[in-house]
Design a protein around this ligand. Sequence first.
Ligand code: ADP
Ligand code: ASP
Ligand code: MG
Length: 458
Amino acid sequence: VALLVMKFGGTSVGRPENLAVAVRLVTEQATHDPVVVVSALSGMTNLLVELCRDPDRRRELAERFVAHHLGFAAEIGLPGELLDETLARWRDDAAAAGRTRRALSAAARDRLLSWGERLSAELFAAALRRAGIEAQAWMAGEAGLVTDDRFGAAHPLPEAAARLRELLARRPPLPVVTGFLGATADGRITTLGRGGSDYSAALIGAALGAEEIQIWTDTSGMLSADPRIVPEARPVPRLSFAEASELAYFGAKVLHPKTLLPALERAIPVRVLNTARPRDPGSRIVPEGEPAETSWRIKSIACKKSITAVTIVSSRMLMAYGFLARVFEVFGRHRVVVDLVTTSEVSISVTVDDVTNLDDAVADLETIGNVEVRSGLAVVAVVGEGAAARIGLAGHVFTLLGGVGINVEMISQGASRVNLSFVVREAEADKAVRLLHRGLGLDAEIEAAVHAEPSAAG
Ligand code: ADP
Ligand code: ASP
Ligand code: MG
C-alpha cells in the first residue's frame, strides 16, 4: 500500500494562505493514502511555554490563546463554534494551572503545551472535511504513540510502532495526528521536545512503512546554511541520511535531530518541501551518499550556539589507562550529553549543549584534574559526503578563518565521514558561517547554477 506521511509545520498551518495550500496538497494526494501530522499554529507553543513559566501572565495568555484560534478559524472561514468544546476544556485546564502560583509539574506543563497541536489538528481536519475529505483529528497518544514518562523529552516505547500501525490502519477517515505529543501507557500526555513534530512524522512513517515522509515547512528544502545567517543560502537537492542527520544535530532547525533515525531504520526517503512554494523540488534525503560536485564536496554548513566547553587537565593522564573512562563515567552519571571531544597528552576537552547538571559533574571532575569551563561558544559543522577525506579541506577552512582573525578553539575531524566541526566564540559564529559559505564555493556554485556558466562544471 502506497502511504504518505505529510507533516505541516507551524508556519504552514499557521498562515491562512498556507493552510489552504496544505489542504489542497493533501487532497491531491488522496490516492496515496496520506496521514497528516501537524504542529501548533506558528507562535502558539512559545505562548504556551511563556504561560507555563510566568504565573502572573497565565490568565492573559490563556485568553490570547483562545482569541488567536478563534481569529484564525474566522480567517479561514470556519465557524468558531467548531472549537467551542475544545476551547472550553482548554479554559478549564488553563484556569486550574492559573490557581496555583507554584511551578508546574513537568506532567502539568506537557498537558498545557499539548493544546497548541490539539487545536491545529482540529482546524486542519475541519478544513479537510470542508474540502470534501472525510478526516478526523487524533491525539498522538490515542493514535498509539506511547512513550516513557520523561515529560518534556519523552521517548517512544517499543510497542508504539505496532499500536500506531493498528490504530491508524482503518481509513477513511483520513487521520490528522498531533505532532510533538505522545502519551504514557497510563494516558498522561507527554511532549517529545521542542521542534518534535518532525520526529512524530518520522515515527509514524516508520511504523506504517510509508513510501515517503514529507516535511512541509517555510524553506524550499534543507538549505546550504541557515537563511537567517546567510541570505544567499540555497536548497540542497539531495542529501544522505548521514549528512542530514549531522546538519540537524548541529543546529539546522528545519529538521528535529531525532527525525532521521526512524526513517533510516526503515530506509524511508524524507523530503523537505516549502508549503508557500509547493512546486519547488525541495530536498530529498535518501540512504545512499552522493558527494557534492563542488570541489570541496561541501553541501551545507550548520551552527549550534550556546555551547559550553569543559577541559580537564591532568598530568596523571600521561600514559595512564582508564583516564578517559573515568571522565566519561562522571558525565554519564550526571546525564550530561557531550558533543565534540578532543584530547591531548595531558588534557581532554568536550563540548556540552545542555548544561542542566553540569555544575555537579564539574565538582566530580575536579577530583580527577583541573577543570576549566568556558561558555559563550558555538559549534560550526561543515557537512558533505566525503568531505572529511578531502585533502586540504581543514587547511583551507582554518586559513580562511585565520585570515579574518577568528580563533578556532577546538577541532574535530574525521569522527564522521561527512563532517568537519570546530568551535569558535559565539560572537564570531555567524561571521564564520558566512565566510565559509562563500569560501567553500556555496555562494559561487549557486550563482553558476543559476546563470548556467559552463566554466563552473570544469
Ligand atoms: P517548522 O515550523 O515548519 O517546523 P522550523 O522553524 O522549525 O519550521 O524550521 C524551519 C526554519 O529552520 C527555517 O525557516 C530556517 O530559519 C531554519 N533553518 C536553519 N538552518 C536551516 C537550513 N540549513 N535549511 C533550512 N532551514 C534552516
Ligand atoms: N509546536 C512544537 C514546537 O514549537 C513542535 C513543532 O513545531 O515541531 O516546538
Ligand atoms: Mg520545526
